[in-house]
Design a protein around this ligand. Structure first.
Ligand SMILES: [Zn+2]
Length: 391
């Protein structure tokens, strides 16, 4: 039951002025295979473009949805004060897709008005469609099929575990569409190879000891993956270091960065590390995969400070200091970093997976190389993953 506004050449986000009978909830019931991905979090406005036909409904029932001056809106930039309902759903009819800030999304969208007066947009869609969107966001489109399939299984596994955790906590969404979780850009870049990889691995997840694993992955390990205990201080038997000779030709195997010393000092100070003029920057301790566990920073008056390598990377910028596997040369005005790999290094190395696929390994072999001792199983064997109720 929802207010039908579409079915004509121009759709509309307008449900009428406050007081008119609005729509009762229509999509509060949950399809078992659905996932909720936050594609916009805490913004002051969001640009929406709807297809020709869609349903619009507001929660709680009886709340008018959108206040707009007049007329119909096929496109609108929505601000929190224009939204009456704490939660609004836009659901395209047929094959239509709603665009949010220029990106197209399959499934329905929930627009949440946060208590702080900002907007969060949650895309609700079947997990398999979501996995296609992750592949489009994470993997170059021309990679071999077996690497895409390995990534599909890892992304699906990561998603179902996040989903379970979020629902047990009563979160308004299961995960975010950012690289912190898994990059999800919607459906724009999904191509035939991605569809094939997801269809051929439909419902497959990675398990260890009859539980889905924490399927972390990263762009390039730089030659050896990193144990989860080194990065997050939690040991997982399937997330231990493995040698990876397969990603050496990857685009992100090596990196270099030159950072003006004063910028570095400013960033470190902002992170609470009070250094003066840096004269030396070196590893105080490295792990077995040669990543810096502890970094020592010496400044001009001889004082030495230490910080975690991972904290240093986050403080300076994880896309500038692409890994903690680096050496640094301090020059008169800048510091030059030479490093290997991109990412935390835990779990599957994406460019290594691509290298393995090019050498003829299949998706299961790739996954079992990076996640030791695991099984590939069907989601259907784990109904408990879908039993957490939405709150
Ligand atoms: Zn690698």
């Amino acid at each position: 039951m929802a207010l039908v506004l579409g079915g004509c050449a121009t759709g509309s986000f307008v449900s009428g002025p406050p007081g008119q009978a609005p729509a009762p909830p229509s999509v509060e019931t949950e399809a078992a295979d659905e996932i909720r991905v936050a594609v916009v979090v805490g913004e002051n406005s969001v640009h929406l473009a709807a297809p020709e036909s869609f349903l619009l409904s507001g929660f709680p029932s009886g709340t008018p949805v959108v206040r707009k001056k007049d007329g119909s809106y096929y496109e609108t930039t929505l601000r929190p004060d224009e939204l009456y309902a704490p939660k609004t759903t836009v659901e395209p009819l047929g094959d239509g897709q709603v665009q949010v800030d220029g990106r197209s999304f399959q499934g329905s969208l929930e627009i949440l008005k946060e208590p702080g007066g900002t907007l969060t947009v949650v895309n609700r869609l079947p997990i398999e469609d979501y996995v296609m969107g992750v592949l489009a966001g994470e993997i170059p489109h021309n990679w071999p099929l077996e690497a895409l399939k390995a990534q599909a299984i890892a992304a699906r596994t990561f998603a179902v575990l996040q989903r379970l955790t979020a629902r047990q906590k009563g979160e308004p969404y299961d995960l975010e569409g950012t690289a912190q979780f898994q990059r999800y850009q919607g459906s724009d870049l999904v191509n035939d190879e991605i569809r094939q990889a997801v269809l051929e691995t439909h419902g497959r997840i990675i398990t260890y000891d009859s539980k889905p694993i924490e399927a972390f992955f990263h762009s390039n390990c730089g030659g050896e993956t990193c144990g989860a205990d080194e990065v997050w201080s939690r040991d997982r038997p399937y997330l231990r270091p493995v040698a990876c000779p397969f990603g050496n030709n990857g685009a992100h195997f090596r990196w270099k960065a030159e950072i003006p010393t004063r910028d570095l000092v400013r960033k470190l100070r902002a992170a609470g590390v009070l250094v003066g003029d840096i004269v030396r920057l070196e590893a105080a301790e490295r792990d077995e995969s040669n990543r810096i566990l502890e970094l020592s920073i010496t400044d001009a008056d001889g004082s030495v400070q230490t910080m975690r390598g991972s904290a240093f990377r986050m403080a300076v910028g994880p896309d500038v200091i692409r890994s903690t596997r680096f050496t640094a040369q301090v020059g008169p005005a800048s510091v030059v970093f030479n490093g290997k790999g991109w990412g935390h290094g835990v779990g599957m190395c994406q460019e290594g997976a691509c290298g393995m696929a090019l050498k003829g390994y299949n998706a299961f072999e790739i996954l079992r190389y990076y996640y030791r001792g695991v099984m590939i199983e069907d989601l259907k064997q784990y109904p408990q993953l879908f039993q957490a109720e939405l709150k």
